[in-house]
Design a protein around this ligand. Sequence first.
Ligand code: SAH
Ligand code: SF4
Length: 367
Amino acid sequence: MLQSVKIEDGESAPAASQAERTSLIGLELPELAAVLGPNQPAFRTRQLFDALYRQQVADLSEISSLPISLRNQILSCYSADLPAIEHRYDSSDGTKRYLLGLCDGRTVEAVLMPEETRDTICISSQVGCPVDCKFCLTALMGLERNLTAGEIIGQVLLIMRENGLKAADTRLNVVMMGMGEPLLNLDAVLKASRLLCDSTGIAISPKRITVSTSGIVPKMDELGRAAVRPKLAISLNASTEEQRQELMPITRKYHLAELMDACRRYPLRTWEKLTFEYVLLGGVNDSDADAKRVVRLLANLNCKVNLIALNPGPGIPFETPSDHRVAGFQAIVKASLPCFVRKPRGRDIFAACGQLKRVNTELVQVE
Ligand code: SAH
Ligand code: SF4
């Protein structure tokens, strides 16, 4: 619930302790207007929005554009707090995995992957995940809760601040491929996307944000109707209905055939392609016959394919295929469609795809 701040002369709201203050990060203009109350002109709301999202102030006391009395009133109840860094794990390949504390004491993970030509921030949309994919470490956590829009964009703002990254610099990409199934938290994901893309605020282009789904069919349709939306990636991960039902039990609810129909009717923008991700599991879904079926499934779609060799983890009953097998699979798909192999990033710190389960790498030996 939003609290409106009273700003009549001489009346001051009771001071809240730092922990009790509600963060304004995640609020859009109408909500910020409600925070300021009915007596403030609209331009004050704009100034607050600008300070939070364009200037990205760490503390509300830094907002010099607001009159001091108004600033103090807001400060008594609100903050510009972001998730808190509880731990940072640094990979030998430059990847950084952040364990972030939320205001209810739960933790979530976000990853920065610096590359020569771009930087990618991978963020979470839920604490844990309710979709029970058999090859994914996050699945073992189950769902703890959805993240709010503020907690979703807070991960981006924090990593930008920590690493001196700027959105104006077109190197920056955001992928919602961390913990959780984003389309099961679509309202918050769409609100976060609007805030990330607002050209008067954080100003990251929707062309540089990707949301990845395990295939929540009705929510894909809803995403397609949103005015501001990231690009869409679909975790395909299997080449037949039965195989997908085994590896991704969500397929028993939304069949592979229905998923492919949803992809075919998805309203792509002129500049957009669908991305299909395919996790290769040695001896399970990585044969030449699988590759040929993938090509048939994706025929006539404007898309590309990203192959990911399984990133291993404790409790994951699959094997990583050999580089040779990955190359063989890629060669077959590539003859018909753009097909890339995603380089594993930060495997040594459990930061790679499907490895986010708050594993403490100081305690766990990898392989
Ligand atoms: N829940 C969403 C987004 C997060 S998972 C989704 O499933 O699409 C991000 C990507 O990691 C997905 O494509 C998923 O298939 C892949 N993935 C999951 N576990 C993996 C593992 N152990 N190794 C490699 N990729 C994995
Ligand atoms: Fe959830 Fe994605 Fe992992 Fe499946 S692969 S359990 S949808 S995070």
